[in-house]
Design a protein around this ligand. Sequence first.
Ligand code: TYD
Ligand code: MG
Length: 458
Amino acid sequence: MNLKAKTFFVCSECGYRSSKWLGRCPECDSWNTFEEETVLPEPKEKSRLKPAPGGENIALPLSQISSDANLRITSGMAELDRVLGGGLVRGSAVLLSGEPGIGKSTLLLQISGSIAAKRRVLYISGEESPGQIRLRAERLGVRSDNLLVLAETSLDTSLKQIDDLCPEVIVVDSIQTLRTSEAASTPGSVTQVRECASQLITLAKSRGVAVIMVGHVNKEGGIAGPKVLEHMVDAVLCFEGEHRHAYRIIRASKNRFGSVSELGVFEMTAAGLREVPNPSEALLAGRPKNVSGSCAVCVIEGTRPIIAEIQSLASPTVFPSPRRTATGFDYSRLCMLLAVLEKRIGLRFSGSDVYLNIVGGLEIDEPAADLPTALALISCIKDIPVDAGLIAVGEIGLAGEVRAVPMLESRVREAERLGFTKIIVPARGSELGSIKAESIKLAPVKSVFEAMEAALGG
Ligand code: TYD
Ligand code: MG
């Protein structure tokens, strides 16, 4: 047997291996991503993990596999449980990714605190000292003797502790800081991340422990490390949000035990993350009345309708080519809407700077937001306020026609629930006939001109 260690080069973006250093990865075309890695010869006994209680692994018919009703562990945060598909699944591995400072450690410490009320939780941190974690826990009001904190970067030491402590939930903050002696490269390198994750996942499956790992993101926003990491885990959750705004969104980009269309909304406060079970209400709070340039919009995030406010402002320009600024909205979509309004309704925006903002830091990329955006722009240039009880949904085509949008009924229901009295909807749409609305009036329109008349009275 050849016991010599082998050296090769690995792309840190996609995990492509090469025997020599390359400037550009032939697999993913990234530049300067090759790192040298040394692989030790395969140890005889690859894993130190004990086999599952009950002895050897044998194949069973589905009907004989017990489905434990107690399989899910609630995280104590309904918004997170919703994204997970009903709670953490025992024996599963979850990867939580997000930009630095978004609140990953805060969230995990908070849920560790609530899970520890009933079960033993091990929080392994390679990023903070026990003292720092304690300070943060005090701030967050987390105190439980069932929550054990281990500041450690060695996976081997952590595994020994896991053996001794038998926790039901393990949190690893972060997978990039762990290292194992079974791979001979620096922490955070492709081989180390893959090896550590693989050992943790094996542990989760064999012992029925739920493992949550934090994964850092690279400059493009993807999870740093090998792409295979995402394939290895059972669920990948992405923590998103603007740092300057309080709202944070968690969505699943992969989930073996639930839908990927759910999302959870949180707010960062001085006492940690707070759930926002009713995001529409929160986003509409403090909405100014009788001010031109504002219109309410209902977008679908996952399967959830969320109502937000679009604000626009047009002011005479001093520049040869007027400025257009869009926050939370697609810039080219704004330019297209301005062109449609200018050409089809004859409203002149070419002499004005136009600013568009989605209140609350929400990012909207749904065509259904076209019509409310157009109404906000029309209201602003005409200086006539849109009624506060009015909301609109619809996609606008280049001819100024209003096109159907999906999930119209749930948008109408959400608008009704929040007390809106009139909703402008596309006249074309298969759902329209079946919607029964009581306290809200449906105003179907075929074109943006008709919408303008319905909203502002011509
Ligand atoms: P953190 O959880 O450390 O982020 P991550 O682990 O994703 O890098 O969160 C850091 C930010 O959260 C920090 O900028 C301060 C803010 N924060 C609060 O606003 N309130 C709090 O109670 C805590 C603990 C953090
Ligand atoms: Mg952190």
